[in-house]
Design a protein around this ligand. Structure first.
Ligand code: THU
Length: 191
C-alpha cells in the first residue's frame, strides 16, 4: 500500500497502478514506501520500546478525543522514557505523547535520543494502520536529531503488533527547519 499524499502518489492512485509501482520499486525505500517489519524481527530493545509505548497509551488523559497515544523514547545511554497524550478543556493545549516522553527525558537530564516508538488506539476501535507523529512532534523530534547530529529511528506499531513501520525523523521531516538555520551551536546541551 502506498501511503503518501504527494502529487506523484495521487497520480499513481488515480491511475490505479499502486501494485505495479511498488513492484517496480523492488523494496527501495523512497518517497512513497515505508519499511514494515514483523515484531519478531525487531531487536530486543526495539521490542521493549514498542511494548512500553503500548502500555503508556493506557495512561492517556484524553477526556475530549478519547484517543489513546503512547510513546516511548530510548536515550543514547539506553534509558527509556514513556509518555502519553495529555489533553485540556482548552483543546489546543493538548500535549502529544511524543512530546510528553521527550520533555520528561529532557527534564531528567537526557537530550540524546536513538529511537522513539508510538502506539495508539481509539476508545472503541483498534488502529490497524500505525499512527505517525503529528507535524508539531516531528519538529520537536527534529530538534533533538539536530542536537545529536544523527537521525532518530521512529517505530510505529498497532496494538496487535502485527503492523510495525520502521522509519526515522529524517524520512518524516525532509528539508526541515532547525537550529542550524539560526546558526545556533548546541554542543553544550548534549547530555
Ligand atoms: N496525539 C498525540 O499524542 N500524538 C500525535 O502525534 C497525534 C495526536 C494526541 C493529541 C490528542 O490528545 C489526541 O491525540 C487526538 O488528536
Amino acid at each position: 500500500m502506498i501511503r503518501e499524499s504527494s502529487a506523484i502518489v495521487k497520480k499513481i492512485r488515480e491511475l490505479n497502478v499502486e501494485d505495479e509501482v511498488l513492484k517496480a520499486l523492488g523494496g527501495v525505500r523512497g518517497a512513497c514506501e515505508f519499511k514494515e517489519v514483523g515484531f519478531d524481527r525487531l531487536t530486543k530493545a526495539q521490542k521493549k520500546l514498542v511494548l512500553m509505548a503500548n502500555e503508556a497509551k493506557e495512561k492517556a488523559y484524553n477526556p475530549y478525543s478519547k484517543f489513546y497515544v503512547g510513546a516511548s523514547l530510548l536515550t543514547e545511554s539506553n534509558r527509556m522514557f514513556p509518555g502519553c497524550n495529555i489533553e485540556n478543556a482548552s483543546y489546543g493545549l493538548a500535549n502529544c505523547a511524543e512530546r510528553t516522553a521527550i520533555f520528561k527525558a529532557v527534564s531528567e537530564g537526557f537530550t540524546l535520543f536513538k529511537s522513539l516508538a508510538i502506539v495508539t488506539r481509539g476508545e472503541n476501535f483498534e488502529v490497524e494502520e500505525p499512527t505517525a507523529p503529528c507535524g508539531a512532534c516531528r519538529q520537536v523530534i527534529n530538534e533533538f536529531s539536530s542536537l545529536a547530529g544523527k537521525d532518530i529511528e521512529i517505530l510505529l506499531a498497532n496494538t496487535k503488533m502485527n503492523k510495525i513501520v520502521v522509519t526515522s525523523i529524517r524520512e518524516l521531516i525532509p528539508l526541515s527547519f532547525g537550529p542550524s538555520d539560526l546558526g545556533i551551536e548546541l554542543s553544550q546541551y548534549k547530555r
